[in-house]
Design a protein around this ligand. Structure first.
Ligand code: PDD
Length: 275
């Protein structure tokens, strides 16, 4: 099945898609992105992803090249054209092409690219056995709510996690407040209650995070969005991480500390059933 890209207003095989050396995404990481998946061959929570794309664009004074509904139509067409059983759609908008200078011309035109690939399959034992994570210092900027393509700290820390044989790295502030992982949000389960850091400028407000909070509330599972300390993390009954690509993965080890006797807990299993 061919992977395809949408670039310069048309679909093309992924390997033929190229961008200008003067694209500010390439030069400065001056751009934003979204990663969305399909479920039962249909885009999952696409409106929420597109709304967040608009928010990221607004925060960076970046004008979208097309309307959200036009982008949505292109995404649906691309999913059909690629024809994967389940797709992963990567949407990127950069500020556009201009000779390298930090400030940009007023008339610059933003560039949309979208890639369509098979949704990565995670080994079932990642869920059934749970994963380990490490904690790392928060070295990112103070606008982590913007889904920017500038991801160096995330990349460096994810690499560190993988080198340590772990799934993720969790950013922790100087004051010992937990934020989020490099590519996922975090939830603590304590006394049958879900605790998760608030959606402020310190984290990306994950679409999966919001979906879980919404579904949990419908099922009368108590949810609290609040700043959580590293001590609360250590004393968790259960922990799990969430994102569009993984849905939910239980965490059974943080650094050297084993959580819930090294087993995914019952509430994590119940919430996995939301997907
Ligand atoms: N990342 N926090 C960060 C820093 C992320 O990069 C992501 C997702 C999330 C979870 O967001 P959502 O539930 O909307 O996927 C939280 C994507 C998957 C990525 O960069 O590949």
């Amino acid at each position: 099945m061919p992977e395809i890209a949408y670039i310069n207003n048309s679909f093309t095989p992924l390997e033929d898609a190229t961008v200008s050396i003067n694209d500010r995404g390439y030069l400065f990481a001056d751009g934003i992105y979204e990663v969305a998946i399909t479920r039962n061959r249909k885009p999952f929570l696409l409106k929420e992803h597109l709304d967040r794309l608009q928010k990221s664009a607004d925060a960076l004074l970046l004008e979208l090249p097309l309307s959200l509904s036009e982008i949505g139509e292109i995404i649906k067409a691309g999913i059909n054209q690629a024809g994967f059983t389940e797709s992963m759609v990567y949407i990127q908008i950069t500020r556009g092409v201009a000779p390298r200078r930090h400030n940009y011309p007023a008339d610059i035109k933003s560039k949309l690219t979208i890639t369509f690939r098979a949704r990565p399959e995670y080994a079932p034992n990642l869920f059934s056995q749970g994963v380990a994570i490490i904690t790392v210092p928060e070295i990112r900027w103070s606008r982590c709510d913007i889904k920017s393509i500038a991801l160096l700290p995330n990349i460096m820390m994810k690499q560190k996690a993988v080198a340590a044989g772990c799934q993720e790295a969790l950013f922790v502030s100087k004051g010992g407040i937990i934020r989020e992982c490099t590519t996922a949000n975090i939830f603590i389960v304590k006394n049958q209650t879900l605790l998760t850091p608030p959606a402020n400028q310190h984290i990306l407000n994950g679409i999966t995070r919001s979906y879980i909070l919404q579904q949990a509330t419908i099922l009368n599972i108590k949810c609290i969005e609040k700043e959580c300390s590293i001590d609360e993390l250590h004393q968790a009954d259960e922990l799990f991480i969430t994102s569009s690509t993984i849905d939910l993965l239980p965490v059974i080890k943080v650094d050297n500390l084993v959580i819930n006797n090294g087993k995914p807990g019952p509430l994590s299993q119940k919430i996995k059933g939301f997907f």
